[in-house]
Design a protein around this ligand. Structure first.
Ligand code: MG
Length: 255
């Protein structure tokens, strides 16, 4: 079911967005050579407690998950791109890590992800991250009343295609509200002018993710982490966006 929020409800969602942005800004600062993924998860967990927020991940147990997630943060390193389960691993020079974080504040959810380079940047990763960032911006720009859902998907997919990256449509964006995942599904590829008419009050997570040289993924033996089929690196960028009469409002914008 598609749920539209009133302008007052969108205002109520702002604190969750601000908090999620703050956590990701802090984690991006902390993600350095030698830092353990479990430490990043702990930082996020401490911030959740200090804020009186609630994790959307720790008890998350969808049909495809082996068991409840048990952590508050997704950390996907190098060939991992989505749902990375934090484990005992210290970041190395040249790693690329995607940090995906969702939390609920005052009963409203926000969901956002960034990909950061650790230590020495590889040029291939810099380009992949830039294209993913550009695709997110293109998707956000299309999130306005009068457009259709397919306009968002097409805008994202066009940026990937122009840069020579494939698009996997198994996982994409989603409605956000009182819970983390609602309708509609927001694929990272689609046909402009098709699909759900976008109306003010629709709040969605827009989240392009691409892999350097493949569009195929497989699930790690941890039951969660999704990795590229060919070992190439991935990037993932996500914002929670409210569609308003004034255009897209990025609730998870980082300062
Ligand atoms: Mg997310």
């Amino acid at each position: 079911m598609i749920e539209l929020k009133t302008p007052a409800e969108i205002e109520q969602m702002r604190p969750a967005g601000v908090f999620v942005g703050e956590v990701l800004s802090e984690l991006a600062k902390q993600a350095a050579v030698g830092v353990n993924l479990l430490k990043l998860d702990k930082i996020a967990h401490d911030m959740i407690r200090a804020r009186g927020a609630e994790s959307c991940y720790i008890d998350y147990h969808p049909s495809f998950g082996a068991s409840p997630f048990g952590k508050v943060l997704c950390t996907s390193v190098n060939d991992a791109v989505l749902h990375g389960l934090p484990h005992d691993y210290a970041l190395r020079d040249g790693d690329v890590v995607s940090l995906d974080f969702a939390a609920s504040v005052d009963g409203w959810v926000a969901d956002s992800a960034i990909t950061v380079q650790v230590g020495t940047a590889r040029a291939e990763d810099t380009r992949l991250i830039q294209v993913t960032t550009d695709a997110l911006a293109a998707g956000i720009a299309a999130a306005r009343p009068g457009n259709r859902l397919g306009d968002i998907s097409a805008a994202i997919g066009a940026v990937a295609t122009a840069a020579g990256y494939g698009v996997n449509t198994d996982f994409g964006g989603h409605g956000v509200g009182r819970t983390m995942h609602g309708d509609p599904h927001v694929p990272n590829q689609g046909r402009a002018g098709r699909g759900l008419p976008l109306r003010a009050g629709l709040v969605i997570a827009i989240e392009p993710w691409f892999l350097e040289t493949t569009d195929k993924i497989y699930t790690d033996k941890d039951g969660w982490t999704l990795r590229s089929a060919d070992g190439s690196n991935g990037a993932h960028m996500e914002h929670t966006v409210a569609i308003t009469d004034d255009g897209p409002l990025v609730l998870t914008a980082r300062r």
